[in-house]
Design a protein around this ligand. Structure first.
Ligand SMILES: Cc1ncc(COP(=O)(O)O)c(C=O)c1O
Length: 390
């Protein structure tokens, strides 16, 4: 097999997980543990890292194949799979910090990430300071003193604000911190954060990686040392590992990830153009639009504008709910990155925990809709949006 393959090819051929039966599809190992021929054969498995498989919480061939394919896609040395996107984020935050550590986090953050930062980490003596996603001076100020970790979500959920990964990576490294990027809204098909300076990339595999609304999963891409010395011990001893079946579903999904996400992003660009014309630039956010305030960052660090568009219907919460009620094709749910187009009302769902004034300040208005564009024909989506807007 050729040593260097382009990513689309690698997603089909790397790694090749085959048993002696020569099956063409990747093998699925649904087993809790592995057995040994003798006591002597078992003994070394419990001391030597990288030895044979002994127990699925510690390692499993199907999960391992997914991790290798993901590292190849993200362009990192290693990857580690977890039970959900949140398991990946809590693994990184708790695994890399301790009492007395300092975290600098961007805002807005996905609701559960916000809870980790405001409710969980302070309980364990971690100091958390927030910086608004669009405030580079704020990042420079916050990282003018030592920190241990910087967590940014870019594109941000649900406002689609972008953060300059390279600039924040420089500031984080100068402060002695590692930069963690949550790229759930982009996927590595639209943004390869590690190439821009992220040390660790966390992804909710529930989104584009599965892309068909079936399984939960999380993926962490990082260097080998961080995986072996910090994250693998943390995940294996605390237990939030991915099930082999879900790993197999994700492994198969990666074969079509590029195809799906590129098509979804092309449709999202068409939908964003239409919404921009219909509603005006002040009511639509899409990083691919030339009028968007973060378009220059998108041009530097994203391969497309992505698959999500956010817009304001007008008329407050009632206006947003009227819009949702009129839809006939687009589904109302709070997932994203699915092959079906999804409309979400963040103020009453994913970001409902935030106080109203805070939501308004960061752009999560009562009439904001987050649209995750899927694989339907864009003309049908535009007709449905027209119907929804009335
Ligand atoms: C930006 C972001 N990060 C993390 C998560 C959590 O992922 P999961 O639901 O797989 O735990 C989500 C889920 O919507 C998200 O949008």
């Amino acid at each position: 097999m050729a040593s260097k393959l382009r990513r689309a090819t690698a997603m089909l051929h790397r790694p090749r997980l085959r048993t002696g039966f020569g099956e063409t599809s990747d093998a699925l190992f649904v087993t809790a543990s592995f057995s040994y021929e003798s006591g002597e054969a078992a003994e070394p498995c419990f001391g030597e890292p990288g030895g044979r498989y002994c127990y699925t919480r510690v390692g499993n061939p199907t999960i391992h194949a997914l991790e290798e394919r993901w590292a190849e896609l993200q362009g990192t040395e290693a990857a580690i799979a977890t039970a959900s996107g949140m398991a990946a984020i809590q693994g990184v935050l708790l695994g890399l910090m301790k009492a007395g550590s300092r975290l600098v986090a961007s805002r807005p953050l996905f609701g559960s990430c916000m809870w980790l930062c405001t409710d969980l980490l302070p309980r364990y003596g971690v100091q958390v300071d927030f910086v608004d996603a669009w405030d580079m001076d704020g990042f420079a100020q916050a990282l003018g003193r030592p920190a241990d970790l910087v967590l940014v979500e870019t594109p941000a959920n649900p406002t689609l604000d972008l953060i300059d990964i390279g600039a924040v990576a420089n500031l984080a490294h100068a402060a002695g911190a590692k930069l963690v990027v949550d790229d759930a809204l982009a996927s590595p098909i639209c943004q390869r954060s590690a190439e821009h300076g992220a040390d660790i990339v966390v992804t909710s595999a529930t989104k584009h990686a599965d892309g068909q609304g079936r399984v939960l999963g999380g993926l962490i891409a990082c260097d080998r040392l961080t995986r072996d010395d910090v994250l693998h011990p943390f995940i294996k001893h605390t237990g939030p590992i991915l099930s082999p079946f879900n790993a197999w579903v994700l492994l198969k999904s990666l074969e079509t990830l590029e195809l799906r996400v590129e098509r979804m992003a092309a449709s999202a660009a068409q939908v964003a153009d239409w919404l921009h014309e219909r509603l005006g630039s002040s009511r639509v956010r899409y990083p691919g639009l030339a009028s968007d305030r973060h378009h220059d960052i998108a041009a530097r660090q994203m391969m497309s504008g992505g698959t999500l568009v956010s817009f304001r219907t007008g008329g407050g919460k009632a206006g947003a709910f009227d819009f949702l009620r009129r839809l006939q094709v687009i589904e109302i749910t709070n997932n994203l990155g699915d092959s079906r187009t999804i409309a979400t009302h963040p103020a009453t769902t994913t970001h409902a925990r935030l106080p109203v004034e805070e939501r308004g300040r960061i752009g999560i208005h009562e009439d904001l809709i987050r649209l995750s564009v899927g694989l339907e024909h864009p003309a049908d989506l535009i007709e449905d949006l027209e119907r929804g807007l009335g």
